[in-house]
Design a protein around this ligand. Sequence first.
Ligand SMILES: Nc1ncnc2c1ncn2[C@@H]1O[C@H](COP(=O)(O)OP(=O)(O)OP(=O)(O)O)[C@@H](O)[C@H]1O
Ligand SMILES: O=C(O)c1ccc[n+]([C@@H]2O[C@H](COP(=O)([O-])O)[C@@H](O)[C@H]2O)c1
Length: 196
Amino acid sequence: MPHVEQGMVVGLFGGSFNPPHEGHRLVAEIALKQLGLDQLWWMVTPGNPLKSRSVLRPLIERIRMSEALTRNRRIRVTAFEERLQTGFTAQTIEHVLTRNIGVRFVWIMGADSLKTFHRWQKWREIAASVPIAVIDRPGATLSFLSSPAARALSHTRIDESDAGVLAFKSPPRWTFIHGPRSSLSSTAIRQGTLQH
Ligand SMILES: Nc1ncnc2c1ncn2[C@@H]1O[C@H](COP(=O)(O)OP(=O)(O)OP(=O)(O)O)[C@@H](O)[C@H]1O
Ligand SMILES: O=C(O)c1ccc[n+]([C@@H]2O[C@H](COP(=O)([O-])O)[C@@H](O)[C@H]2O)c1
């Protein structure tokens, strides 16, 4: 787990990054700026529990590609979930919070992830333990609102103009951040329909 100082605000950006692409980097840059982050942990998962591992590249490759893509001293590429032996975000967050008292964390996800968030293990506990920033993504801008999790958490949403203080709000609390968007996806890159 990367080193942090007391009082820091840290974004947790988990992903398969299979492979990582400029769309991921854009999300990270938007989050760093809009959420006022001191650090962003680019957490390369050993495996998304909801995705097949048949096309998943080895963790070490995904880490190396992520490191090559992210050239920002505030972005820390990490794969500590491998050592925790978990792909479940609820477990990761519990571990992170227990070991970093006095540090504020925000979970970061693309709008498409919010659409399936209600299928994540203990998703209500996740939402109750860290504020969440959802970053716009082509194809998910409007449909995210009708997702089960967005509906269940609608009363806890704050305006994106308050994104800079999201980390200081008691969860459950989330915001949706519009902004520059990228239509890149790892699937398209794997299928060879887009250049990396
Ligand atoms: N172009 C994008 N715009 C906004 N968010 C994105 C974009 N690409 C990925 N994300 C977000 O980044 C995180 C990691 O995504 P992931 O590694 O699964 O990439 P992906 O392109 O969605 O992959 P795949 O096509 O294999 O599902 C998720 O929260 C996802 O919503
Ligand atoms: O905890 C879960 O049940 C869970 C289900 C689906 C995805 N996640 C996490 O969500 C993050 C994004 O995954 P992905 O594959 O969409 O890049 C990554 O950190 C996954 O471990 C977590």
